[in-house]
Design a protein around this ligand. Structure first.
Ligand SMILES: [Fe+2]
Length: 211
């Protein structure tokens, strides 16, 4: 195995453990558990087969917009490992329920997780979400607990009945299990790290709740 996946795992873990990447004790507890699982996971065997999606073409220009010093190791490790990525889309989403534009500009990559990940980790999912310019990832929910860390500026985030908000790059957004949440990319591609723990095998589903 090349050393790019291990470098990526290491810098993501270091970022997650940095003081500013958690807002409170609850988030620190989740991040701590995710980091422990990251430390203990092993390369997937057989290795996941790299797979591109149309949205993958948006990755490099979006990475180039990341300038926050604390995110540069993550940015560079993602760029170095990108040729190994198995790009995926939630099987619950299709052009029929999300629209063709969404499916052309949306994808995610799992660094660690139960399947098609660089590292096999049944109890967590750690990966990268990509959402192309002006796409709206509508209200959805999943049983796993989740923390997002946007890597790019400008995205909009909403959970439950809270107002839409911007979240600076590198700061945490916590979603307890089954909380309804949604995300919008504004004028440029949104990149965000995400962590799941708990039920890692039940994919997100769109919810009936809407504005
Ligand atoms: Fe989520």
């Amino acid at each position: 195995m090349s050393d790019e996946p291990d470098r990526l795992r290491r810098v993501v873990r270091d970022f997650l453990q940095s003081p500013n990447s958690s807002n409170n004790a609850g988030e620190r507890a989740m991040v701590g558990a995710v980091c422990a699982a990251l430390d203990g996971c092993v390369p997937s065997a057989p290795a996941a087969v790299p797979r591109a999606l149309p949205a993958a073409a948006l990755l490099a220009p979006a990475l180039a917009r990341i300038q926050l010093p604390e995110l540069l190791p993550v940015r560079d490790a993602i760029a170095a490992a990108a040729h190994l990525f198995t790009w995926r889309q939630n099987p619950n989403y299709s052009a029929a329920n999300m629209g063709a534009a969404f499916m052309a500009g949306y994808g995610y990559v799992e660094f660690a997780g139960p399947k098609e990940a660089l590292f096999h980790a049944p109890e967590i999912r750690v990966g990268l979400l990509l959402l192309g310019p002006r796409l709206h990832y509508p209200a959805h929910a999943h049983p796993a607990e989740e923390i997002y860390h946007p890597l790019t500026e400008g995205g909009l985030w909403r959970r439950a009945q809270e107002d839409w908000r911007t979240v600076p790059a590198g700061r945490a957004i916590h979603h307890p299990p089954m909380i309804v949440h949604e995300t919008k990319a504004t004028d440029s591609t949104l990149l965000a790290l995400y962590c799941w723990r708990g039920n890692t095998v039940t994919e997100a589903q769109l919810t009936a709740w809407c504005e």
